[in-house]
Write a protein of this length. Structure first.
Lengths: 289, 355
């Protein structure tokens, strides 16, 4: 399944946050959404998982307007991993993952063998099958995100929507979570703050700025220093990652870019293209797809 | 990659009891407690005689003369059943409201409904609608009318964009509830005589002393109906615990669910407060304890909360009737005495766990 977002306008708390966004999340690809704070990433994603309704424009799920589907039908196709912590209600890891079966169950229906099997597989997929009886609120941030991902898997979605899934995770847990997204690949729409992570995990990026998509394409085409200066307001150089061959963005942390007139390096400048000899034994670039 | 993720020691399992057997045990204990509630009192009735009276009445046989038929059937059975129904209802309402406002320490009385019911009842007594200060049907009707009016008021104030944000609902409920209890206090102050003031206070503290068969009819219908309404939405309640966005992503119409839950819990709270006054702490404590016993899944939590709430109130009412020789205690006094320390213990446990 693919997602087409056409001229989407969404208001949140009385303000138009997404204003005419267009993008495509292609079948089987990991599509990244990047942009500064307040650019409308979360609001756009909330519209895809039906927390918010568009004020204008459409979200198409393989050609069908999302609003034509009932909430339950939509949830059988689209699973979400929002940025919420939830309350402390003594839910266990297994109970949280079993919630993924909600859109398939009628009132009063209990769990059947299919549900149990899917929940067990989802837990195994994220490596949490030995933690089923733990309290969800006792988990570390990384474990918690993996459990929420398992809940999304148990929902058997065609499309996975994730809102900053690596937020507040240490680097190891970020790497683990993104690797899971790549390994259990399906149509994915994910917003990410970390541009290097986005460049490495996403097949395609859309840059959101003030509610519009200002650039779309493969990471290497999109993440250019001029765009980073204009949209994010930072000076940056883009090189090839010495270990993976992905685009590597090196920021100038000393001063922000002062608008378009600020000094902006051309792509690839500043960092050598080839891996430094000290780290070259770490292996050749990872092939993607 | 997965093998890398597995390299972690498995942490301790959270110990919960299987809900089915626990519910069966609670059911049996509840039956025993109901029997004890009917048997014990100023006049003791043997348990065997309790059941023979109940059996004769249910099978339509004439009551045997010279027995305690009147005490058992007209006084104690309705009272024990009222305690069980009100306790079950409070357990259910507590569990649902805590999910509705996403706070495990929320009390349904936060939503102001009970204050409205109290004002209705107190107004009825002071204005002379209550027959001789007893918990008559007129008084219950006035209390329920007060509850419904307050429900409409809180709804109007808290509603925004088709739904209720948890915090907004609580703030609207607390504000309106306090406003109404100001009126209630004023009416209590200017109550005519000592007898009237006494019956007002007794009612405000929560009491089951008005129990009779007529009073039982409405809660006997409302509590099972409310349970079915909530049980049908158990998965939705679970999803609300995680957050509105999560619930929306699971295919739940969150605004609609909140409207339904607020309606069901308000009507049920109104019914309960109308027949027994605002009995403190039961709705707050019981779901909390049940979460520790069977976990947070509402498919198990709701029935277990209903059973434990019923058991708690039946037992507490036995204490209230038998603790003092000269007079009986309002049931709300005893639930407060038990509930406050229990709440402090649970708070300590919760804050102590570092979350």
């Amino acid at each position: 399944m693919r997602i087409d977002i056409e001229d989407l306008h969404v208001a949140y708390a009385g303000r138009t946050v997404v204003a005419g966004a267009r993008l495509i999340a292609a079948e089987g690809e990991i599509t990244g959404l990047v942009g500064p704070n307040g650019s409308g990433k979360s609001t756009l994603l909330r519209t895809v998982y039906r927390h918010l309704e568009p004020t204008a424009g459409r979200v198409l799920l393989s050609g069908t307007d999302l609003r034509r589907l009932s909430p339950v039908e939509a949830a059988r196709h689209v699973a979400a991993l929002p940025q919420e912590r939830g309350g402390d209600f003594e839910l266990t890891v297994r109970e949280v993952v079993a919630m993924g079966r909600t859109p398939y169950k009628r009132a009063f229906a209990g769990e059947d063998a299919t549900d149990r099997d899917l929940v067990a597989r989802a837990l195994a997929d994220v490596g949490m099958e030995r933690h089923t009886g733990r309290r969800f609120t006792e988990l570390s941030g990384g474990e918690r995100q993996r459990v929420l991902l398992a809940r999304a898997f148990a929902q058997q979605p065609d499309v996975l929507v994730l809102d900053e899934p690596t937020n507040h995770l240490d680097i190891r847990h970020q790497v683990e979570l993104l690797a899971l997204l790549r390994d259990r690949r399906r149509t994915t729409l994910v917003s990410l703050h970390d541009l290097n992570a986005a460049a490495s995990v996403c097949d395609r990026l859309h840059v959101l700025h003030e509610g519009h998509v200002v650039a779309s394409g493969p990471p290497l085409e999109v993440l250019r220093p001029a765009l980073l200066a204009e949209v994010f307001g930072v000076r940056a150089a883009v090189a090839e990652h010495p270990l993976t061959g992905d685009p590597l963005i090196a920021f100038d942390h000393r001063a922000p870019a002062d608008g378009p007139s600020g000094p902006v390096e051309p792509a690839g400048a500043g960092i050598p293209k080839s891996a430094p000899s000290g780290v070259s034994e770490a292996g050749p670039g990872r092939s993607r797809g | 990659m997965t093998s890398l993720l597995l390299r972690r020691e498995a942490a301790p399992e959270r110990r919960t009891l299987p809900a089915g057997p626990l519910a069966s045990v609670l059911g049996v204990v509840l039956l025993a407690a109901l029997t004890a509630a009917v048997a014990w009192g100023s006049t003791s009735v043997p348990a065997g005689e309790v059941w023979s009276v109940v059996w004769r009445r249910l099978s339509g046989e004439a009551p045997r003369p010279g027995t305690n038929d009147l005490i058992v059937w007209q006084l104690r059975v309705p009272r024990a059943l009222l305690a069980a129904l009100v306790g079950a209802g409070l357990g259910l309402v507590g569990a649902a409201v805590q999910a509705l406002v996403r706070n495990p320490l929320a009390d349904p009385y936060l939503l102001g409904i009970s204050n409205g019911a109290s004002l209705g009842a107190v107004a009825a007594i002071v204005l002379g609608l209550g027959a001789g200060g007893t918990l008559g049907l007129g008084l219950s009707g006035a209390a329920f009318a007060g509850a419904l009016a307050t429900f409409a008021l809180v709804w109007a104030v808290a509603r925004r964009g088709g739904g209720f944000a948890p915090l907004r609902l609580v703030l609207a409920g607390v504000a309106i509830g306090q406003f109404l209890s100001g009126f209630t206090s004023y009416l209590v102050l200017r109550a005519g005589d000592e007898q009237q003031t006494h019956s007002l206070l007794f009612w405000l503290m929560g009491s089951l002393s008005g129990a009779n068969w007529d009073l039982l009819a409405v809660p006997a219908a409302a509590v099972p109906a409310g349970w079915l309404c909530l049980q049908a939405r158990a998965r939705g309640l679970n999803a609300l615990l995680m957050g509105d966005e999560t619930a929306a992503g699971l295919g739940i119409d969150v605004n609609r669910l909140r409207r339904e839950l607020f309606t069901v819990t308000s009507v049920l709270t109104g019914v309960l407060v109308a027949v027994s006054g605002a009995i403190a702490f039961v709705a707050l404590m019981v779901p909390h304890v049940c979460r520790l016993l069977v976990g947070g899944d509402h498919r198990r939590l709701l029935p277990v909360s209903a059973l434990l709430g019923a058991l708690l109130l039946v037992v507490v009412d036995i204490v209230c009737r038998t603790a003092m020789d000269t007079q009986e205690l309002p049931v709300g006094v005893v639930t407060s005495l038990i509930g406050a320390p229990a709440l402090l213990y649970l708070l300590d446990r919760r804050l102590g766990s570092g979350s």
